[in-house]
Design a protein around this ligand. Sequence first.
Ligand SMILES: Cc1cc2nc3c(=O)[nH]c(=O)nc-3n(C[C@H](O)[C@H](O)[C@H](O)COP(=O)(O)OP(=O)(O)OC[C@H]3O[C@@H](n4cnc5c(N)ncnc54)[C@H](O)[C@@H]3O)c2cc1C
Ligand code: FES
Length: 317
Amino acid sequence: MAEKKTGSPNSIVKGSFRTRVVANTPLCREHRRLTLEARDFPEATPGQFLQIRCSAPDDALGSGPVLIRRPFSIGGLERNGDVSRIAIMLRVVGQGTRWLAGLNEGDEVEVLGPLGRPFRIDPDRPLAWLVGGGVGLPPILWMAEFVHRADKQAIAFCGARSADLLPLRLMPKFDRSGCEPQPGVEEFDRWGIPTLISTDDGSLGAVGRIPEQFAAYLDAHPEQRAQAVVYTCGPEPMMRAVAEACDARSVTCQVSMERMMACGMGTCQSCVTRIRDDADPEGWTYRLCCTDGPVFFSHQILWDEVSPESEADGCLY
Ligand SMILES: Cc1cc2nc3c(=O)[nH]c(=O)nc-3n(C[C@H](O)[C@H](O)[C@H](O)COP(=O)(O)OP(=O)(O)OC[C@H]3O[C@@H](n4cnc5c(N)ncnc54)[C@H](O)[C@@H]3O)c2cc1C
Ligand code: FES
């Protein structure tokens, strides 16, 4: 592995920012939305992420609960003059996310970003299908705004284990047992995008996993496939299933890989992954998820290399 070169220069404008918490609110049983305010934050687009220092900015390095910054997708960015509000969605899984979940309005948080290569909108394809699950939803939610502004006809497909683990706001008009894309999910409705929801236990929307629902949609609408680009983010088993459904039906798909990352800037090599490369004698090469990704085309990913630990509990989200 060592002899193969990784990474490419990351020319995206980024920086370190001291942000202030303006809101930290629960969205469902496991997810929270953290809104951070920053001055002079650079331009960013969906698929890009922040490395967040999970201890107070004035703590000496190493004195807080977590030494290494943690990566989080940017889930929205609102600008008012030189002030930006950055939305993050998080699920508590360890010390860093627990620290973030405990922040109060006015607390300060240091972030590095925006990092990574974002989703790319294809000017030649009029349809955009957004597929997300779990903590992969933030870039998908933000992408809804971008595909709307690019005049794409979009549909959102969102999966969760159960209704109480879905971090979305449902409006009264939403048919909770509906199995087709429909209006009534606030975050997508504001951009005119219908949503199909599925839950593993059938407590909301279609019964089953979202990749299966999405594959069924692809099969029911073969005439649309060449016109569409799929954007997906979620746990790797979920994205893999979405990507395989797309690749098997020749549908263009971009995936945002959430590999373990330590530096987020191409230095530590912790996020190395194997990517297909026809120019390489072995047919593949190493790439860094943090600087070459996190967004890749689905056909580039060597899915067999995905860590089985992410599938350990057999649960997609
Ligand atoms: C590009 C990118 C974007 C991300 N966006 C989000 C987001 O929007 N919201 C969100 O909640 N999380 C997101 N994550 C995952 C998030 O970075 C981890 O949950 C976080 O680093 C865990 O930190 P911790 O200190 O709480 O847990 P740790 O104590 O570091 O880990 C707790 C457990 O979580 C596992 N874990 C840690 N990091 C990851 C990871 N990257 N992938 C899979 N398992 C992991 C560990 O193996 C361990 O079992 C993203 C990750 C990446 C790489
Ligand atoms: S996270 Fe350090 S090189 Fe990618």
